[in-house]
Every structure is written in C-alpha cells, then in structure tokens.
Design a protein around this ligand. Sequence first.
Ligand SMILES: Nc1ncnc2c1ncn2[C@@H]1O[C@H](COP(=O)(O)OP(=O)(O)O)[C@@H](O)[C@H]1O
Ligand SMILES: N[C@@H](CCOP(=O)(O)O)C(=O)O
Length: 319
Amino acid sequence: MAVFTEVPFEDAAAFLRRLELGELRAMAACQGGIENTNYFVDTDRGEYVLTLFERLTSEQLPFYLHLMQHLASRGIPVPRPAPDAEGRILHHLEGKPAAVVGRLCGKSELAPDARHCGAVGEMLARMHLAGRDYARHQPNLRGLPWWKETVPVLLPYVGKDQRMLLLDELAFQERIAASPDYAALPRGPVHADLFRDNVMFEGGCLSGFLDFYFAGCDTFLFDIGVCLNDWCVDLDSGRPESVRGAAFLAAYESVRPLVPEERRLLPALERAAGLRFWVSRLWDCYMPREASALKAHEPSHFERLLRQRLSDAAGAGIF
Ligand SMILES: Nc1ncnc2c1ncn2[C@@H]1O[C@H](COP(=O)(O)OP(=O)(O)O)[C@@H](O)[C@H]1O
Ligand SMILES: N[C@@H](CCOP(=O)(O)O)C(=O)O
C-alpha cells in the first residue's frame, strides 16, 4: 500500500460528513498504487475511495475528475467523483488536493486470459468513443516532452547499454512523432495507464476501469500500446502473447476499427508505451519519494519488453 499522507479517522469522518456521504464506519489504506494516498472508506451510506493527490496539482486535477464524471455519465464503468453542496468535485484535505469516488466492485485479474483481454479491448474502444466530446484538454503529462526532459536526468544512473537504448529509442520516437502517419492518428482523452491492476472484474465480467490520474489527450493508439504491453505479454520474458493480443485487438475493432495509419504505427506505439514505463520506473527507482510502505515497480521488465519489441521488428523487417 502507499500512504504518503496519514489521514486521522476524525478528519476523514468530518470530510465525508461535509460531502453528505454519511457517517464513517471503517477506513483502511488501499493495497497497491504508487502515486497517491488512497483509503477505502465505508460509511453508513456506501463504500468509497478517498484519494489525496501527492504530485498532481489543483490546476491539473479537474481534467481527470471531470473526465471520470463525463465517462460515468456515458455509461462507462469508472468511479464517479462525489460533489460537495456547490457541485465541486475537487476538494482539499490535510493540505493536499483530494477527491472521494465510488468504490468499484470486483477485483483485478492479474493472470488474464483471452476473454479478459477481449473485455478490456472492447471497453477501451467504448471509452475512446465516449471521450470524443469531452470538452477539457490536457496533454498526456507522461508523453514525449516528459521523456525528453527525464531521459537526460536518468543517464548518469544507468549502464552503457541502457544509455544507448534510451537515447536511440527516444530519437526513434521523435522521428515517429514528426511523421505524417502520426499526425493522422485519431486522438482524444486516453487512460494511458490501463494495466492489469487498474481494471476490475466481478464474476468474470469487467466491472470497471480505475486510476485515471495519468490520463491525457493523446493518440488512441498509445492507449492500445499500453494495454498490449501489459495485458498481452508474458510478464517474465516481455514476449507478446499472440492469442491474447488478437483477442484484445479484435474486440477493440468490433467497436472502433483501426485506420490504416494506426495499423502501420502499432509496433512503433507499442515501443513508445514501453519506453514511457521504462522511463517512469527508472525515475521512481532513482528518485524515490517518502511513503509509509511503498512497493516500487521493477524497471528492467520494460527494458526487456522494449528489447523484445526491437528484435521482433528487426525480424519482421519493419522500422
Ligand atoms: N474506485 C476504486 N474502487 C475500487 N478499488 C479501488 C478504487 N480506487 C483504487 N482502488 C484500489 O486501490 C489500488 C490502488 O489505487 P491506484 O489508483 O492504482 O493508486 P495510485 O494512483 O497510487 O497508483 C487499486 O489497484 C485498487 O485495488
Ligand atoms: N502502472 C505503472 C505505474 C503506475 O502505478 P499504478 O498503480 O497507478 O498503475 C507501472 O506499472 O509502472
């Protein structure tokens, strides 16, 4: 679990009362998560998640919270933020920006099969379509500009082979981002972190997407790359699992078929998604923050995955 900011029971109780969510009965730190302070809070009115935002600012947060509200109102199963009497959904607690959202039922599926991957693909496409008329705009804050800023900070900490891979891949992604195919990619609000631990299943059915705090406006193909890299690979080797990958893509395309530019750039955007999480994991590893109990994610997994994607591309004669 990650608790960066301890919230006393009485403070949480008063806060929930102010939001008219009832009397606090129980409160427990959420397991998992590395970005924010999260507590499960149960009241006599329902079950909620209280989040204190540790990195994101009050200027950035309305984009995520209103996106969740927008998607929930269009039938996408995402946590709905609780408003105060004036309708505000961004609050403050213990000096930090805070929100309370509904608790989704179910649990994450950490060993997914093709059916789980199909369910995620289909719902991801529905979410992309539902987000198209979302009026707010914020870039993916973990996109190319962040990689360009962060890679040089990491170079002194890593070995020679890793330095070369980081720099080569960054240069490759800059060329891709400047290409006409990239300019033609469909885009809109994307989740950008839809890993196995951010999707809930109940009774074998998908019950929700959570953790929208890396969302941003980007190409839909980047979101697809993030999912393929996590849901449809063998986590030990980083090797793609073709049955799961095909199930994910077929289900996605049953809702929103890919355009030709997306088909051409899929391998490049899988690499982009691999680079993004390799960089952020290295960054978390070498520039850690205080937390009462923090489980850092393993960076070498994404180095392995990226090398695997490169050797697949070389074998297939692409890029
Ligand atoms: N709305 C929610 N409903 C149910 N479980 C949740 C909800 N929000 C968070 N969780 C649980 O807490 C864990 C950590 O939350 P997460 O948002 O991933 O944290 P972080 O933003 O710090 O990475 C999730 O994996 C999930 O098990
Ligand atoms: N999914 C990312 C890190 C973000 O953590 P999350 O718990 O919010 O998904 C990774 O695996 O590196």
